[in-house]
Write a protein that binds this ligand. Structure first.
Ligand code: PBG
Ligand code: ZN
Length: 325
């Protein structure tokens, strides 16, 4: 007790770095990237300043640039030239993402290539699988969509993906994907499941970036309700039982309790700082209302403190630069 105990002693300038309980390092970061099959030059994403839809022809250049910055892992999203009801572009052998993976693998074999495994960027209706008649009207069909996820997973692994990251929130997705990968000899490919993914409004800017807005309905029929902590835990617990290698919480910043909870399961945990979280910080910084670097680092450090082992963030490249300064 005071006056013997003085916590301010711990905050003497030279003590602070020595006593830091958590750190952000380049090894913690995963950089999301968008590749657009129709792009000829990089297309700036208006709602996510500093982010681009890259043309496939720049895959080598982009991966070498990130590797030089110190990034060790990337998360790939593809925007196909044609969308249809069956998401054929998602598992075409020469689809946008398959081309990008092959080019990157060749240019930079040391980079861990993670692919977002979903159908919503590839379907004309914008939902994450096959649509059909459900009890409450048209909706996402679960079990037939699992077969689509198996096709996509195998085609990503065939192209050279190191980790597939299913984001569709279908029941049974992890075991279905594990089975398909193993059947096709991809035992070494990891599954990073978007295991506790919420039906959040923070994905707004992403849907402009990926052109994956939906033509009807929303994702509340498959993504978890923001109000439910125990249900979110059960989602991750089930994915772990089905064989996921890495769990994920998404969005990240407002879901620190969920990160702390699912850390108990024992698997590595990734936190996805989503488009809306990024754009809020960027927009406030552009207005001069917040100091971008400080706020961004604080947001990421908070995720480490909550228990995240890995952080998916659109700030990844900036963080590498800041850490070098
Ligand atoms: C695809 C997917 C989405 C995001 C990642 N994968 C969109 C969605 O679920 O609607 C969002 C990422 C972000 O907002 O940064 N299912
Ligand atoms: Zn989706």
């Amino acid at each position: 007790m005071f006056p013997h105990t003085r916590l301010r002693r711990l905050r003497r300038r030279k003590m602070i770095p020595l006593l830091a309980e958590t750190h952000i390092g380049k090894d913690d970061l995963i950089a999301p990237l968008f590749f657009d099959e129709t792009a000829v030059n990089p297309i700036p994403i208006i709602s996510m300043p500093g982010q681009y839809r890259w043309p496939v022809s720049m895959a080598e250049e982009v991966i070498i640039m990130l590797n030089n910055a110190g990034i060790r892992a990337i998360l790939l999203f593809g925007i196909p030239s044609v969308k249809d009801a069956e998401a054929c572009g998602a598992y075409a052998p020469d689809g946008v993402i398959q081309q990008v993976i092959r080019a990157m693998k060749k240019a930079c074999p040391e980079m861990a290539i993670i692919t977002d495994l979903c159908a919503c960027e590839y379907t004309d209706h914008g939902h994450c699988g096959y649509i059909g008649e459900c009890l409450d009207g048209p909706g996402l069909l679960n079990d037939t969509s699992l077969e689509m996820m198996q096709l996509i997973a195998v085609s990503h692994a065939d192209a050279g993906a190191d980790i597939v990251a299913p984001s569709c929130m279908l029941d049974g997705m992890v075991s279905a994907i594990r089975e398909a990968l193993d059947d096709y000899g991809h035992h070494e490919v990891l599954i990073m499941s978007y295991s506790s993914k919420f039906a959040s409004s923070l994905y707004g800017p992403f849907r402009e970036a990926a052109g994956s807005g939906f033509s009807f309905g929303d994702r509340t029929g498959y993504q978890a309700p923001v109000s439910n902590r125990r249900e979110a835990y059960r989602e991750s617990e089930l994915d772990a039982a089905e064989g996921a290698d890495i769990l994920m919480v998404k969005p990240a910043g407002w879901f620190g309790d969920i990160i702390t909870d699912i850390k108990q399961i024992g698997l590595p945990v990734a936190a996805y700082q989503v488009s809306g979280e990024y754009s809020m910080i960027r927009a406030a910084a552009e207005k001069g209302w917040l100091e971008e670097r400080q706020v961004a680092m604080e947001s990421l450090l908070s995720l480490k403190r909550a228990g995240a082992d890995l952080i998916i963030t659109y700030f990844a490249e900036d963080v590498c630069r800041w850490l070098d300064e």
